[in-house]
Design a protein around this ligand. Structure first.
Ligand code: HEM
Length: 527
């Protein structure tokens, strides 16, 4: 895709797993054995809890009606016996931090599984976005271990998977984690200890690796899978499922780890893309080779424009892995507001000293900080760069037209503030005065509210008209402002962004995805 996209935040989270620009999700499951809440809960495994959560959310899909699927309805369903376990709400609380206007909880759940499995040594599963969060619970259709094979086959058929695929999905799911005695006392016993307070009994001998041991141990008879050889034959659902085709699928998995990995990749991809029929998923999202990160165009106090933020460079080549960021030439060249170039419209970007990592390749950040003459303005930029000064420059132009920027409506972050006791938000922006007639300037404030019966918050957009106020650092711009109340409803959960919009001279201009406001209106600005 090209920048900017509604999926930029998800792409950031997908691409950067640690260090500067960290998307944050992988931290919850790294290393693969990590317990939830930063590893503070021994015996449990966050990566496994995320995968189970995604499956239980998907299991409400009905192939005939096209209803249900991966739609975060699980948030309304965690009180059910089918979804027993602290892992459900603990995972959802962790995911809350990544929810935004353009990243639904359901997309975050899907992305979490893809990142967790990759980080545990499993297959690379393509990621598509666009899932829509449900407003209420789905049907009670999650399979349970005491049910018979026929009812399991019929629930998987309802979700769109045949018997061979059911065997595959269960094996792929049960290669991580295990069964907790506190939740399934009729399946696991004598497992609780001080280092394992929930009494986790693992499915295979490598619970912290996405490998085929679930199959090899089943076939060679060494398995201690509590759902296969547990003391209670009624809840040995894995044994019934694995043997449902005379062990054909499990034998093939045991003999060929690559087959196991590839089959799990495609089955889990289908599972994550099982969505209500009305949902249209995006194209596959992959790391952009070059992308702006936290880039903003603001008006400085002297009236000039300041372009600041970062350029992210991602690659999978040998050169990419070997590069020393400080020795990489990276220059940003822009066009003025009339689309003209000039040798003076150029700045070099400095390597960010902190390292960054990606599960998919090598990733580096470069800092931009340049003043732009407000009379000339800016309309787009390109970046010319190389992994070393010996290599030819790569011209990154965002698919041809450059990375677009507009200088007609700008956010003024240092003036915007919140009044925490009055529950009001005040947003400032500036709009160019030479654009012809200005109409309908407004701000969309995208934040989150609590939902009844659900630990997951819901994104809401509050729209407020921007009114012209006095004072601007530049004669080219007028200042606008809006103050609105949140009625005490907004929570701190999730990502908050604001978009400033205006119709000027018959065209719409948007300053999108500006960051959350933290300044307290009652504390004066320090300069
Ligand atoms: C007939 C189908 C299935 C049944 C009856 C079943 C049953 C169970 C049970 C009883 C547990 C123990 C939960 C706990 O103690 O927290 C469990 C764990 C788990 N299940 Fe399944 N499961 C099924 C299919 C699947 C599928 C299709 C997946 C994913 C593709 C999956 C992924 C997991 C994972 C990752 C865990 C470990 C959770 C943890 O360690 O916290 N399961 N399953």
């Amino acid at each position: 895709y090209v920048w900017p996209s509604p999926y930029d935040l998800l792409e950031d989270q997908y691409t950067v797993s640690s260090g500067f620009g960290d998307g944050g999700i992988v931290d919850g499951v790294d290393p693969c054995s990590l317990g939830p809440i930063g590893g503070r809960i021994p015996g449990r495994q966050a990566a496994a809890e995320w995968l189970r959560l995604a499956y239980h959310d998907t299991a409400t899909h009905d192939i005939e009606t096209g209803l249900g699927g991966l739609d975060a309805s699980i948030g309304f369903e965690t009180g059910r016996q089918q979804n027993v376990g602290r892992g459900m709400n603990d995972s959802l609380v962790f995911f809350g931090a990544f929810q935004s206007r353009n990243s639904s909880m359901a997309d975050v759940i899907a992305l979490s599984v893809i990142l967790a499995i990759k980080n545990c040594g499993g297959p690379s599963i393509p990621f598509r976005a666009g899932r829509i969060d449900a407003e209420s619970a789905g049907p009670e259709t999650v399979p349970e271990p005491q049910q018979d094979l026929e009812s399991h086959a019929s629930s998987f058929a309802h979700q769109g998977f045949n018997v061979t695929e059911m065997i595959g999905l269960v094996a792929c799911g049960h290669t991580m984690g295990g069964v907790h005695q506190v939740d399934f006392p009729f399946t696991v016993q004598n497992a609780i200890s001080s280092s394992n307070p929930d009494g986790m009994a693992h499915f295979d001998d490598s619970f912290d690796s996405f490998d085929n041991h679930i199959a090899t141990q089943w076939i060679d008879g060494t398995t201690a899978n509590p759902l296969a050889t547990g003391f209670n034959t009624t809840t040995n659902s894995d044994a019934r499922i694995f043997a449902a085709d005379g062990n054909k699928t499990m034998r093939a998995f045991a003999q060929n780890p690559n087959l196991f990995s590839a089959q799990c990749g495609s089955l889990l991809e289908r599972m994550l893309n099982t969505v209500p029929r009305t949902v249209q998923l995006s194209e596959v999202i992959e790391p952009l080779p070059l992308k702006p990160y936290q880039l903003s165009l603001n008006m400085a106090s002297n009236g000039s424009l300041m372009l600041s933020g970062y350029i992210r460079i991602f690659g999978t080549s040998v050169e990419a892995a070997a590069a020393t960021p400080a020795a990489m030439p990276v220059s940003l060249n822009w066009k003025d507001r009339n689309g003209q170039t000039n040798v003076a419209y150029s700045t070099s970007a400095a390597a960010v000293s902190q390292t960054s990592a990606s599960l998919w390749g090598s990733v580096r950040f470069f800092e931009i900080n340049v003043a732009i003459d407000a009379y000339l303005g800016i309309s787009s930029f390109v970046v010319d760069w190389a992994y070393s000064s010996q290599l030819p420059l790569t011209h990154s132009d965002n698919g041809g037209d450059g990375f677009p920027l507009q200088d007609v409506i700008l956010n003024v972050p240092e003036k915007s503030c919140k009044d925490f006791s009055q529950h009001t938000v005040t947003v400032y922006g500036v709009i160019r005065t030479d654009m012809g007639p200005i109409s309908n300037p407004y701000v969309d404030y995208n934040s989150n509210v609590n939902q009844e019966g659900n630990i997951v918050v819901k994104q809401v957009t509050t729209r407020a008209a921007l009114a012209r106020v006095d004072g601007s650092a530049s004669p080219l711009y007028d200042t606008y402002s809006a103050t609105f109340t949140d009625g005490g409803q907004f929570t701190d959960e999730g990502v908050v962004t604001l978009d400033l919009v205006v119709d000027a001279g018959g065209k719409r201009y948007v300053s999108a995805k500006n960051p959350e406001i933290f300044r307290n209106c009652r504390v004066p600005v320090v300069r």
